[in-house]
Design a protein around this ligand. Structure first.
Ligand code: PNS
Length: 158
């Protein structure tokens, strides 16, 4: 069975990676899907975010990284023959937004289920925005992001 893990991944953090690794253990194929048309103005282009994810997931043979074309997530999921969307939940504060998206996605495509994996406790405070802020201000982000991402952030903010 194939599952799709969508997100902005600007950039991928150790929290995302933990979800990827665990979801890859549950499904035959996991497609990590980079949303290109994020309304947020991203630090990394979709191509850069994809390359960083590919490098970070190089040791996970059943993980593929793709860019979401300008279509609905559920349409993409259906077109790859998948029936499951995987999302990570960090805290109760994530719940309302994720619940809204899960219900809308079910309304748009009832055959597709959204499942949630709880974050690992040690990453529950992590987010791409906070990692970018720490990196921008010269703080230590070792362990908060995959090494390739740390290097890319150092280059962006040097
Ligand atoms: O990491 P993010 O920013 O929380 O990811 C949000 C994402 C990409 C999962 C969401 O914006 C999305 O699904 N976009 C694709 C377009 C779509 O289908 N929108 C309707 C969702 S109800």
């Amino acid at each position: 069975m194939t599952a799709v893990y969508p997100g902005s991944f600007d950039p991928v953090t150790s929290g995302h990676y933990d979800i990827i690794e665990r979801a890859a253990g549950m499904f035959e194929t996991l497609i990590v899907l980079v949303a290109a048309n994020s309304t947020k103005s991203p630090l990394f282009t979709a191509e850069e975010r994809t390359a960083l994810l590919r490098e970070s997931c190089a040791e996970l043979p059943n993980v593929r990284v793709e860019i979401l074309p300008p279509v609905l997530l559920v349409s993409y999921v259906e077109s790859c023959g998948a029936k499951v969307i995987v999302k990570g939940l960090r805290a109760v504060s994530d719940f309302e937004y994720e619940f809204q998206m899960a219900l809308l996605n079910r309304r748009l495509q009832p055959e597709v289920e959204t499942i949630f994996l709880m974050t690992a406790a040690e990453y529950s405070y992590l987010s791409s925005s906070i990692v970018k802020e720490i990196a921008r201000l010269g703080g230590d982000i070792i362990g908060l992001v995959p090494e390739a991402v740390r290097q890319a952030l150092l280059r962006k903010y040097e």
